[in-house]
Unconditional design. Structure first.
Length: 368
């Protein structure tokens, strides 16, 4: 099929907004003590959705550049420039949580830290590398969700070297098929919720490669966007939210979600954007805050819950489910402010710190 994708600079606003929905679902998952017993057992699938989006967006943003001669050094810098400023903020907040735990012995925190555990963990996690010496076995104990960012970077580099091999949809489909076979072999009949620890490294890699390859395969179809439709936008919004927040859970549900439902959502979402200024603005803002929310929500929740437990003991149980809603809304607003006022200047500062390199535009969330 002849290339029909839009020119560079096109914004996939709908896909950006759906990424925000997934980030909120992950935040709800990591705040169990303020949601009065409500759980979202399928919200871990948001990571698979993130990677399918990432495969599509990274291929769209970088495949032509790589084929045109973009160097590995420039590619690596662009990806780190995109991911590290917000990551560093989340890491710093995670260190604050560990210090409160180690020094004050705050029993209201989920994890209890010692100075020794912090000493062996902070340096690798600071540079986006997993910790190998922590007794918990977690890759990123200072901020648990960062395991998926590490895998994404690994897969991004793999994409750089294999871009020519996987750019046809059938090749991406083959990679995805092989990956999902390995994933099922390694996780059946348990769960696809793997990746936070070293013990599930192989299964997590298969999980991430599968979803990234799906996104690249959708890009390789070279489909031209159809236009704008708020009906499609809010329909996909609702479907994704229902899949991630549905309390019914099974292994088959997980597999169907990541192999059928999510690819269809990304495929359709790549063809449309929301219509109307208000809807477009709302989806754009969800996209802009999505990554920042993902990296800061857990340590902000830990610090906020610990502070509230000291200042007003018993308030969270009295509020019930409302406490969780307030926490999510509050942290989402903080993430929006950080995405607007911290992340862009931080990325520009990083860009200026790199000598003899071309300026990197700080654009929308659609740059991957």
């Amino acid at each position: 099929m002849a290339r029909a994708l839009p020119a560079e600079g096109h914004s996939y606003v709908l896909l950006d907004g759906l990424r925000g929905v997934a980030a909120i679902a992950v935040a709800i998952r990591h705040m169990p003590r303020v949601f009065d017993g409500f759980t979202a057992p399928n919200s871990h699938l948001a990571v698979d959705f993130f990677l399918q989006l990432s495969g599509f967006i990274v291929a769209y943003a970088y495949a032509p550049k790589i084929l045109g001669g973009l160097s590995l050094r420039d590619f690596a810098w662009r990806r780190v420039n995109r991911l590290y400023p917000a990551y560093l903020l989340g890491f710093g907040l995670g260190v604050a949580v560990a210090l409160v735990s180690a020094l004050a012995g705050n029993g209201t925190l989920s994890d209890q830290w010692t100075s020794g555990a912090l000493a062996c963990t902070w340096l690798p996690n600071a540079v986006m590398l997993p910790a190998a010496c922590d007794a918990s076995g977690y890759l990123f104990p200072l901020n648990l969700p960062m395991w998926s960012v590490f895998y994404e970077l690994l897969i991004n580099f793999g994409f750089f070297f294999a871009v020519v091999l996987v750019l046809r949809w059938w090749r991406s489909a083959l990679v995805a098929a092989v990956s999902v076979v390995f994933l099922v072999v390694l996780t059946f009949p348990g769960s696809l919720d793997v990746g936070t620890g070293w013990d599930t490294f192989a299964a997590a890699l298969a999980r991430m490669v599968f979803s990234f390859a799906v996104g690249v395969g959708i890009y390789a179809l070279r489909l031209r966007p159809r236009g704008k439709s708020s009906l499609v936008a809010f329909g996909l919004f609702a479907i994704l939210a229902i899949v991630l927040l549905n309390p019914l859970h099974s292994y088959l549900y997980e597999v169907v979600a990541v192999t059928v439902v999510f690819p269809v959502i990304v495929f359709v979402g790549s063809l449309y954007n929301p219509s109307g200024r208000s809807a477009t603005w709302a989806f754009a803002q969800l996209g802009a805050l999505s990554y920042v929310l993902y990296v800061v929500h857990r340590p902000l929740y830990e610090l906020g819950h610990a502070a509230l437990a000291k200042i007003a003991p018993g308030l969270v149980p009295r509020l019930g489910l409302a406490a969780g809603i307030i926490f999510v809304l509050g942290i989402t607003v903080v993430a929006w402010l950080l995405a607007r006022y911290y992340e862009p200047p931080a990325r520009r500062l990083m860009n200026r710190m790199r000598p003899r390199s071309r300026p990197i535009a700080v654009g929308s969330a659609s740059d991957g």
